[in-house]
Design a protein around this ligand. Sequence first.
Ligand code: GLY
Length: 392
Amino acid sequence: MKLRFLLPLAGGLLAAAATAPAVDVAAAMQVAGQQLELADKARTTTTRQPFTVNPDGSLKDREAAWWTSGFYPGSLWYTYEYSKKPLDRQLAEKWTAALQQEQYNKSTHDLGFMLYCSYGNGYRLTKNPAYRAVLVEGARSLASRFDPKVGLLKSWDNHEGYKYPVIIDNMMNLEFLFWASKATGDKQFYHIAVTHADNTLKHHFRPDYSSYHVVCYGPDGTVLRKKTAQGYADSSAWARGQAWGLYGYTVCYRETKNPAYLAQAEHIADFYLNHPNLPADKIPYWDFNAPDMPAAKRDASAGAVAASALLELSQYSKASGPRYFKAAEQMLQSLSSPTYRAAVGQNNNFVLRHSVGHLPAKAEVDVPLVYADYYYIEGLLRYDKRRVGKSI
Ligand code: GLY
């Protein structure tokens, strides 16, 4: 009698276990939401945003003009999107407002990170017209860094004497310009984005589809030098740079449907996933050619960016979609384990541990980084949709 009663129940549980997701998104979002709320509670002003930790273990924050300022408000918007909690929206609005003046900042190519992650997510979720106005002005500021003679957005104003350096990271700012083109009807934003993507495709990549970090151009677009700034060597594959390229070309394919961008994203994904130095947990060393493996530090931020990008790419890639989804799932599983994800109240209220910012400068080595958290949270939301076949 008892057994007859219990067997169907056990069968039901087994069936549930078989379909249970490999990553517990609800639990992960609970941790992330609590950490983000605690981070806010620990602050008395919004003039500086959480960034990482100092060597003495204390919180390191940065001013609104720093390239990472959009990630904390952006993470709050994602948390609100998932939780629908009024408090999360209130915090997202408060921290987004602190970046308003950056719409006029013409001294950086990072406005996509700064404004699209914050105001962009805010506008997507609320349709607040004031957010739209900031975004349009910000996109104009970003576009001011495009010189048609060179055919690229300038990343930095000077790098070791070179006056037109472009870094692979800049691919991440194109999504903002694609949005601006659609929002305003001004095709110039679209033209700038695809011209930048085409020239980067031409000059930034090696035959194996790994990328240089920095390409320095002359005033007429001549390539003067290919090098690194944050990687191990000029010829090495800096892990986060590979992830930025993967994410960037996936977005370019979404926005243009140009098959060359899809092929590029697939090639980058395959370089990354098939690399003999990618560890079994699929979280890369900070550089695929770091000299001191296996002691070399891992970069959870590169892992988070790659996971999020692969989840979108899995939606477009006919040949490899399921493989990319599986790899991204394994990455999120690893990042959600206690090795990488901190307990609530620990880690200066950041979600993930073990990222590397700028190792050659001995800065931000094996630390939490606010952008690792942002792309981890984005990846969780994407995984939640993709695993049940929804589009992202
Ligand atoms: N320059 C942005 C990064 O560190 O990835």
